[in-house]
Design a protein around this ligand. Sequence first.
Ligand code: FES
Length: 65
Amino acid sequence: MCLACSAEILEGEVVQPAAHALTEAEGERYALTCMARPQSDLVLDRGSYPPSIDGDAEADAVADD
Ligand code: FES
């Protein structure tokens, strides 16, 4: 799971039972668009990552310094 397709859900709902990289709480606010199935019209912010993923990116950047 590369997570490149992550998007914040600004409006609408999805189901994404195979999105195991997201916590339950993250799955309510973020979608992995390669596997999420819309349940309504959606407004998404592409390229937004949940804190658990963004936190890893920040930790990697600090480790590289
Ligand atoms: S998890 Fe890789 S494209 Fe969606």
